[in-house]
Design a binder for this molecule. Sequence first.
Ligand code: CDV
Length: 316
Amino acid sequence: MSRHLKVASAQLGPLHLADTRTSATARLVKLLREAHAMGARFVVFPELAFTTFFPRYWYADDTEVDQRFFEFTMPSAETQPLFDEARKLGMGFYIGYAERVVEQGRVRRFNTAILVRPDGTIAGRYRKIHLPGHSEHRPQAPFQHLEKKYFEVGNLGFRVWRYMDTITGMLICNDRRWPEAYRVLALQGAEIVALGFNTPSENLAFPEPPALRVHHHLITAQAMAYQNATWLIETAKCGFEDGYRMFGHSLIVAPTGEIAAKSVSEEDEVICFNADIDLAADLKRNTFNFAAHRRPEHYRLIVERTGAEVTPSDEP
Ligand code: CDV
C-alpha cells in the first residue's frame, strides 16, 4: 500500500515594514486553518515569513535590525500562536525566519527554516547556504539585496529528517537554482523537499523580463523534482511589499516533474495536493537508481573547484 501525505503550500502576500510579527502570525494561522480545511497535514510557509523581505533595505545599526527583523527564540510570544494552532490541528509545517543566536560566545545571524512536527516540537533546522546578493551599500540601486551583509552562510549542511512517515529535507530560496543542493538531499533519501522563497520580479544585476524570471523558477523546480525523484513544495512570499514586487507561482511538483498544483495570485493563497510519496519508487529503482548509475569518480571537479576555469583538454 502506497503512502500518501496531503501537503499544502501556504503562500503569503506582501508584508510591509509597518506590519508586526503579531499580524503576520495571525495571517499564517488563518492560512494554516485553510490548509487544514482542505485536508492538508503538512504545510510549507515562505522564507522569512514573519517580516518584510528586509535584505532590500540598508541599515547601518545591527541592534535596530535585530529588533525589527530577527528572532531571538523560536517560537517567541508573538509567533507562539502558530505553533499552538498547528498542534491543536495536528499539522506539521516548514517556516522560514531570520535567526539570531549566540554560539561559542559569538552572535550569529542566519536565514533559517525549521520543520515542526504535529506535536509542536522542532524536528529539523536548516540555515541557508546559498546567499545571493551583496554586502556593500548600493544607495543608487532601485533596491538592494543584502543577504551577504545580514546573514552568515549556513553551518548545518544539507540534511533530511524522518518526518510524518516520509524522509523530508529543507532548502531556502536561492538554493533552488543549485542542482548540488538537491542532489545532496536526494543522496540521503529525500522524498519531499520543502522550500520557501522571496524572489523580486525585477533582476537587480541585469535587465530581464519578469516572465523569464518565472520561467527559470518553473523549469528549475520541475527539473530538480524529476532528476532527484522527489516531491517538491515551493512557497512564495510575494506581491508589492512597500512598492517592491516579488512573484508568486508557489508550486507542488511531483517526482515525475509535473506541476501538481500552482498558485494563481500574488496574495495569501493555499494550494494543496494529496502526494503519493511512493510515486517515485519506479524512478528510483530504474532511471535514477543512483547506486547503479552514478559515476562520482568523474564528478570530482564539483567539489574540488568552486568557480569555472577554462581548462581545455590537450588530448583529442
Ligand atoms: N531570497 C532569495 O534568495 N532570492 C533570490 C533572488 C535574489 C534572485 C532568488 O534566487 O530567488
